[in-house]
Design a binder for this molecule. Sequence first.
Ligand code: HEC
Length: 139
Amino acid sequence: MTRSITGLVASAAIAGFMVASPASAAEGDVAKGERTYKTKCRSCHAVKPDVKRVGPSLFAIMGRKCGTAPKTRFSKGYKAACEAKSFTWDEASIDAYIKDPAGYMSELAGKKVSSPMRAVRIRKESDRVNIIAYLKTLK
Ligand code: HEC
């Protein structure tokens, strides 16, 4: 009896793991991501190298170290976050940032800071996954 319960718990755990892992490693739809970029990001970000709009170009954003985008004057909040916790843009950091830019920068800075992107809040996880899939193609 004890044995079969243990077995059941173990297989439930394995099943749970197998269900959870593909979801977190979701691929994302590049075409949908590009569409969302056009409506939510393009007004401030170009995707060609070195083209500055309100914000820096998102060309080769993956793996870019904070504060190193060319021709960019970063906000006080961004600089505080980057100084407190030097980081490199990857899927996880971009996901957290575009979900709540001011909140994420405040978390890194260790104090409440503002962000020029504060109005950009991509609440739907699938939208964020798709945008990130698109950003990964910019290299
Ligand atoms: C209202 C203008 C605006 C919009 C809209 C906007 N951004 Fe930004 N973004 C900025 C500015 C300005 C910065 C520079 C950060 C700072 O100074 O705090 C920035 C920085 C970034 C960075 C960090 C760049 C780096 O080199 O460190 C990423 C990544 C980013 N934005 C992604 C996005 C994405 C994705 C969207 C759309 C979902 C978006 N942004 C929409 C203005 C905007």
